[in-house]
Design a binder for this molecule. Structure first.
Ligand SMILES: Cc1cc2nc3c(=O)[nH]c(=O)nc-3n(C[C@H](O)[C@H](O)[C@H](O)COP(=O)(O)OP(=O)(O)OC[C@H]3O[C@@H](n4cnc5c(N)ncnc54)[C@H](O)[C@@H]3O)c2cc1C
Length: 507
């Protein structure tokens, strides 16, 4: 059966957050025979957070969806994120970088150097610089096609941009609330939905992008919720903006707090901060006070409540759930948008042609559920080994956070570290939560292990570090880099996709 004769012609997406719009754009791009309708409620707001990403977002926007680089920078004004600076692990001013640019992670530790000098990306984080270099004559050299990064995306601007792109790509948009989701008689699929204009609407496939409401997969089809609360104790976030005085840090910060941690995702205008905490250990007011005391000039705040975990099904009957409706964990590694992209990719790759295509659902459910569980275990490792503070919350984490699914990998690390220096690559399952990520987290938090040899001689290592220091010495701050790019030939920014060596390729 070809696409032209597919029994699936119409897709109804309910939800107009990032999950809904990214799904709509991907379906129109990759399966243009589909008629895609997106229904979003004018009265139920989107979550309005979700701004730190991983490099997969850059690849997805420019290589998969083929969105124009210049236009995106003009309309969305993203900032660059070369990784996460963790104020984490050890007491005092200690920090470690999880850069998206990997490198020989053990060598600096082995030779008694600075752990964070493992790659140019990591050194850019430490020095708060971007990979736009100036030479003696003031000429610019860009390394943006070589050093992987992610975007910080202002949520309002990003969703507005996606909405415009969807209209341009032929997505039908209905501004209506769905009042009723009517299951089929067997309860295993959806028969139809009724919008608040009284219309009954039917689609061949429904995509649940209703966020935490999980109206279709959760409420209508009853897919059970599997909680991650034994590993991840936090259930609230206080979010607010804080002035940054014009300096745009090229990374996300994760700062240890009394009963959780605080993110900083810098935007062009100000820093967007959020204190993720556990309501078992701290009240909303006390959390707001702690955050305010550490962030002079903090604006009005709001409190967001959440539950961490996932549904048992990504795909049940004729309903697929993408985004918060399917799974959610706190944004410690910016996994929300990352997982949305993996979910969309699975939907597109395995899009059904015939109503008899049912076996695929189980396999895709298993694959994505395993990805979500991997994220759970990876985040749990952050909590279990963070010894920066000894508050009641952190003591509970150090003693009781469930890291079952990561235990074997941690033991392997203890026996012979780092994992990336082994040739076996047992766990190289996922780009950002794979062996390198574990090495950063475990070495960064100084979890003891028996170390392998360095991957290069002391002389080679020193030469490499000196070279990287010289490059960062010539690198501009992010705000200066953006200013310089504004007046520079468009090819410099364009090299992100046009360069033959670029890292921005799909998959
Ligand atoms: C505190 C916090 C911080 C986060 N930070 C990050 C981060 O830094 N990085 C990251 O990747 N992710 C982050 N996330 C996750 C991220 O926000 C989400 O994954 C992402 O925004 C997707 O949300 P969504 O589209 O699934 O849901 P929402 O944005 O909640 O959208 C739901 C949509 O469904 C519609 N809707 C609901 N019910 C109905 C109905 N009955 N009829 C019609 N329409 C309906 C609403 O109108 C809305 O349009 C964070 C989440 C939280 C809670």
């Amino acid at each position: 059966m070809t696409q032209g004769t597919s029994e699936f012609k119409t897709v109804g997406i309910v939800g107009g957050g990032t999950a809904g719009y990214l799904t709509a754009l991907a379906l129109r791009k990759k399966l243009p025979h589909l008629q895609v309708t997106l229904i979003e409620s004018p009265t139920i707001p989107i979550i309005g957070v979700g701004e730190g990403t991983t490099p997969i977002m850059v690849k997805f926007l420019h290589a998969y969806l083929e969105r124009d680089v210049q236009e995106l920078y003009r309309k969305v004004q993203p900032t660059w994120k070369f990784g996460v600076k963790f104020e984490w692990g050890q007491p005092g001013d200690y920090y470690f970088n999880y850069a998206f640019h990997p490198g020989p992670i053990l060598d600096s530790v082995y030779y008694g150097g600075n752990f964070n000098e493992y790659s140019l990306g990591s050194m850019l984080i430490s020095e708060e610089r971007a990979p736009i270099l100036t030479g003696e004559g003031g000429q610019l050299t860009s390394l943006i096609d070589r050093i992987p990064f992610a975007y910080h995306l202002d949520n309002n601007r990003f969703v507005a941009y996606l909405r415009e792109e969807a209209a341009r790509d032929g997505v039908e948009r209905l501004e209506l609330s769905v009042n009723t989701f009517v299951p089929a008689e067997d309860g295993e699929s959806l028969d139809h939905i009724i919008t608040d204009d009284g219309e009954e609407r039917r689609f061949d496939l429904y995509v649940d992008c209703t966020g935490f409401h999980s109206k279709m997969i959760g409420e209508a089809l009853g897919s059970p919720f599997q909680s991650y609360e034994d590993s991840l104790f936090c259930d609230r976030a206080i979010v607010a903006n804080v002035p940054h005085g014009g300096h745009i840090k090229p990374f996300t910060t994760a700062e240890t707090m009394d009963a959780g941690w605080c993110w900083n995702t810098p935007s062009i205008e100000d820093d967007h901060r959020g204190y993720v905490f556990s309501s078992r250990f701290l009240s909303d007011d006390a959390a707001a006070a702690e955050m305010r005391s550490k962030n002079p000039g903090m604006g009005d705040h709001r409190v967001i409540r959440f539950k961490t975990g996932r549904r048992e099904h990504f795909w049940k009957g004729n309903v697929v759930a993408i985004g918060n409706s399917y799974g959610f964990v706190e944004p410690l590694e910016s996994t929300g948008l990352h997982m949305i992209i993996l979910e969309i990719n699975q939907l597109v790759l395995n899009f059904p042609r015939s109503k008899k295509d049912t076996a695929i659902r189980g396999i895709v459910n298993r694959t994505l559920n395993a990805h979500w569980d991997d994220v759970r275990w990876f985040l749990a490792v952050h909590y279990r080994f963070n010894e920066k503070l000894q508050t009641p919350f952190w003591k509970a984490c150090q003693n009781t956070v469930d890291i079952r699914g990561a235990q074997e990998r941690v033991e392997l690390f203890r026996e012979r570290a780092p994992l990336t220096y082994r040739q076996s690559q047992f766990f190289k399952t996922e780009e950002v939560f794979g062996d390198f990520a574990y090495d950063v987290l475990l070495l960064g938090q100084r979890v003891p292990g028996r170390y392998l040899e360095a991957s290069q001689s002391r002389v080679e290592w020193q030469k490499r570090v000196d070279g990287l220091r010289q490059l960062t010495g010539n690198a501009l701050t992010q705000e200066r880099a953006f200013e310089a790019l504004n007046g520079a030939p468009p090819e410099i920014l364009g090299s992100l996709v046009a360069s033959p060596n670029t890292w921005v390729v799909w998959p």
